[in-house]
Design a protein around this ligand. Structure first.
Ligand code: NAD
Ligand code: ZN
Length: 384
C-alpha cells in the first residue's frame, strides 16, 4: 500500500510500504479516505524529534472500516469512523479516569505515557497518511459517523485532533459565556480554540498571529484579529478591558513561537498569555514544547529535558493564574463535537485551504511547513 513516509529532515515521500493488517483480535482495519497534515507533524518533518526514517506519518484520520478482528463487537465493516489521535486501551488506570491521552497500555516506554499514530515517542504505531490504517482496540478507538459522513468528511475529520484540541484549550482555560478570551496562534489549532470559545458563547475572542491569511479566517468566524507585526496582544487586550486583561486565554503555538523578525523564542507566547490574562484567570496551553535538539528527551534518556524553558512563572504566580497543559484527551469531547457538526451547529472544516491527493504529500508538507500564504490546513485523500 501507499503511505507518506518520513525520510529525514524536510523529506517526505509517498511510497510502497508493507500493508497494514489486523494483528490482534481487538484491531480494526480502516481504509483511509481523509487524513490531515497537522502542525504536530512538522515537529517530525523538521527533524526535531527521534522519529525514525521509513515510518509513515498521520494522526488525523477518517475512513471506512474494511475488516474487524474476531473480538470486535461494536464497529462493523462498512462503518465510517473518525479516529482520535490518542490510541488508548480503555481499561488502564488512566483511561478509566478519562485520561486516554496518557494511556498506560499502548505506550511501551515505562517512563512515558500516551500513544498516537505516526508520532515520535508515542509508541510504534504507523500513521494514517496511507491507504490503510491498523487501529488497536477498534471498539474503543473509533468514533462512528452518521450517513452524512462521506459528504462531510472535511468537517468530521477535524474530530481526530484539532477540534477537540482547540476545545480542550478552552476547557483548561475555563472559557464560559460572555468571557473575554485571547488565543495565541491562528494556525489550525488556534482557529479551533477561537471557534470553540465562540461556540461556548464567549463575549469577545481575540486571535494573535502575524499571518494575514490565517487572521482573516479568525475574523470570518467572528474573532478579533491581532496582527503581531504591528500590535502587542497584551496591550490590545488590556486597552479593551480597562487595563484588567482577558478573563482567560489559550496558547496554540508552542516552542516554535517567534517574533516578527523570525527569531524563535519558546517563551514568547507563554509570557504574552500570562501578561494578557487578568489576575486569577486560567490559561490553556496546548502548543507543544519539545527540546531544541533533535533526538529529544527519549534519546537522552531523561524526560526532564523535555522543552526546558525559562518563562514568567513569577508573574503567573503573583497573578494567581492557573495553567492547564498537555495533549488533548480527544475521546472526552469528540462525541459531543460530532453531534454539533451533525446538527449543523459547527463546521470546523472552515480551516481547510487545500484538499489534495496523497500523492502530493511531499509538496503539501513543504508549503504547510513554510506557512506559505493561503496554506492553512491540508487534507489528503489516499483514494485520489
Ligand atoms: P501551526 O504551526 O500551523 O500554527 C502555529 C501558528 O502560531 C502559526 O500560524 C504561527 O504563525 C503562529 N505564531 C508563531 N509565533 C507566534 C507568536 N509569537 N504569536 C502569535 N502567533 C505565533 O500549527 P497548528 O497545527 O495550529 O498547531 C499549533 C501547536 O499545537 C503545535 O505546537 C502543535 O504541535 C500543537 N498541537 C497540540 C495538540 C495537543 O493535543 N495538545 C494537538 C495538536 C497540535
Ligand atoms: Zn494533529
Amino acid at each position: 500500500m501507499k503511505a507518506a513516509v518520513y525520510e529525514g529532515p524536510r523529506t517526505v515521500t509517498v511510497k510502497d510500504v508493507p500493508d497494514a493488517k489486523i494483528e490482534h483480535p481487538c484491531d480494526i482495519l480502516v481504509k483511509i479516505t481523509t487524513t490531515n497534515i497537522c502542525g504536530s507533524d512538522l515537529h517530525m518533518y523538521e527533524g526535531r524529534t527521534s522519529f525514525e526514517t521509513g515510518r509513515s506519518l498521520g494522526h488525523e484520520n477518517l475512513g471506512e472500516v474494511v475488516e474487524v478482528g474476531s473480538a470486535v463487537s461494536k464497529v462493523k465493516v462498512g462503518d465510517y469512523v473518525v479516529l482520535p489521535f490518542n490510541i488508548a486501551c480503555g481499561f488502564c488506570k488512566q483511561c478509566e479516569k478519562g485520561l486516554t491521552n496518557y494511556c498506560l497500555t499502548m505506550q511501551p516506554e515505562p517512563a512515558l505515557a500516551g500513544a498516537a499514530y505516526g508520532f515520535a515517542e508515542m509508541g510504534p504505531y504507523q500513521g494514517g497518511q496511507a491507504e490503510y490504517l491498523r487501529v488497536p482496540y477498534g471498539d474503543f478507538n473509533a468514533l462512528r459517523l452518521g450517513e452524512d459522513a462521506v459528504e462531510r468528511q472535511k468537517d468530521y475529520v477535524m474530530l481526530a485532533d484539532i477540534f477537540p484540541t482547540g476545545y480542550h484549550a478552552t476547557e483548561m482555560a475555563g472559557v464560559g459565556p460572555g468571557d473575554q478570551t485571547i488565543v495565541y496562534g491562528a494556525g489550525p489549532v488556534g482557529l479551533m480554540a477561537a471557534y470553540s470559545a465562540i461556540l461556548k458563547g464567549a463575549g469577545r475572542v481575540w486571535v494573535a498571529d502575524h499571518h494575514q491569511d490565517r487572521l482573516r479566517k479568525a475574523e470570518e468566524i467572528g474573532a478579533i484579529a491581532i496582527d503581531t507585526t504591528s500590535e502587542d496582544p497584551a496591550e490590545v487586550v488590556k486597552e479593551a478591558t480597562l487595563g484588567l486583561g482577558a478573563d482567560n486565554g489559550c496558547e496554540c503555538v508552542g516552542y516554535q513561537a517567534h517574533d516578527s523578525g523570525g527569531h524563535e523564542d519558546a517563551a514568547l507566547t507563554l509570557n504574552g498569555l500570562i501578561d494578557s490574562v487578568r489576575f486569577t484567570g486560567s490559561l490553556g496551553v496546548v502548543g507543544v514544547f519539545l527540546p531544541k535538539d533533535p533526538g529529544g528527551a527519549k534519546a537522552q534518556g531523561k524526560l526532564e529535558a523535555e522543552g526546558k524553558i525559562p518563562f514568567d512563572y513569577g508573574l503567573m504566580w503573583f497573578k494567581g493564574q492557573h495553567m492547564g497543559t498537555g495533549q488533548a484527551p480527544v475521546k472526552r469531547y469528540n462525541r459531543a463535537l460530532r453531534d454539533l457538526i451533525a446538527g449543523g451547529r459547527a463546521e470546523p472544516g472552515f480551516v481547510v485551504s487545500h484538499e489534495l491527493p496523497l500523492d502530493e504529500a511531499a509538496s503539501a508538507y513543504e508549503h504547510f511547513d513554510n506557512r506559505d500564504e493561503g496554506w492553512t490546513k491540508v487534507i489528503l485523500h489516499p483514494d485520489g
